[in-house]
Design a protein around this ligand. Structure first.
Ligand SMILES: [Zn+2]
Length: 300
């Protein structure tokens, strides 16, 4: 039992993923003063906002402070709001998980899009969400990776992954096309983040433009085939500057232990940093996104 009378309640409500926005000086890898990983310089670091119910809390302000995060035991589906004993796919109740298009396997693997077969779980949602411009990018979260995102999700997507660098390389018209392109790249480069390495801050800066040029050479036959299938301008090369991100981290852990609210509903410690969707306490890290829909109380 915690004694709340001695504590200041900072936020209560059901968690959503943290909002993240880049600090100043983010684009252009050669820009003077561009961020260096590991520094928590005011202004240049990514700004995180905790979102619990209707409450918003500027989390960067609490770096170095002792915080406690407590799960009340309740979970509300992030889509329909109904109470659920267990969370599926990071925040959904079971009926939503089984019926929403956004929980279908083709969201994780867009090349499996089955809209054209007339079997999309929610064709209207699919039309809006999947038939819009998508970007294939390279990012450096724990080393080089490839990924896809809706054009509107830049740079949020990269901040959620804890990437220190990112470079959009190709634009396509639909989510399915982005999946086909990503499949080509995945033969050459990972699409995963090693979250432990990302959280230890052991990430070496890369020349993403050089990696792009090298990889485009490797996949050129595959890209030609996709252009034959979808039209010459369906897959467009981008020539944009790389993005660079600096995270609010006082000190990276040498060993990464993770907290689990399902097993230990009260966690906390001194907040040493925020990166990706993780809070880094001196007692261990916690992936807040995993607990989307969990009703929490954050105290200081
Ligand atoms: Zn639901």
């Amino acid at each position: 039992m915690t004694d709340l009378t001695l504590k200041e309640i900072l936020a209560t409500g059901c968690l959503q993923k943290m909002a993240a926005e880049p600090g100043s000086a983010v684009t252009g890898s050669a820009e003077p003063g561009s961020a260096v990983t590991g520094s928590a310089a005011a202004g240049s670091a990514v700004k995180y906002t905790l979102r619990a119910g209707e409450q918003r809390l500027a989390l960067n302000d609490y770096l170095g402070e002792s915080l406690q995060l407590e799960w009340t035991g309740a979970i509300a589906c992030t889509h329909c709001g109904r109470a659920t004993r267990k969370s599926f796919a990071q925040g959904y109740c079971y009926p939503c998980f089984k019926s929403l298009a956004q929980c279908d396997t083709c969201i994780m693997k867009p090349e499996l899009c089955h809209f054209h077969e007339g079997t999309c779980r929610e064709p209207e949602w699919g039309q809006r969400f999947c038939f819009q411009p998508h970007i294939i990018y390279l990012a450096n979260s724990s080393g080089l990776k490839v990924g896809i995102t809706r054009a509107t999700q830049m740079p949020t997507r990269w901040l959620d992954q804890g990437a220190i660098q990112a470079l959009p390389i190709l634009a396509v018209d639909t989510r399915q096309q982005s999946g086909f392109v990503e499949v080509l790249f995945k033969q050459q480069v990972s699409d995963r983040t090693n979250w432990r390495a990302m959280l230890k801050g052991e990430v070496v800066e890369l020349d993403l433009a050089a990696e792009r040029d090298r990889l485009l050479g490797e996949v050129s036959d595959g890209l030609s085939q996709l252009r034959q299938r979808f039209g010459d301008d369906a897959i467009r090369a981008l020539d944009e500057p790389a993005w660079q991100f600096d995270y609010p981290v006082l000190e990276y852990p040498s060993k990464v232990a993770s907290h689990n609210l399902d097993k230990t509903p009260l966690v906390g410690g001194r907040l040493m940093g925020i990166k990706g969707q993780y809070l880094m306490f001196d007692t261990g890290v916690i992936n807040l996104r995993k607990y989307t829909g969990y009703e929490i109380r954050l105290t200081a």
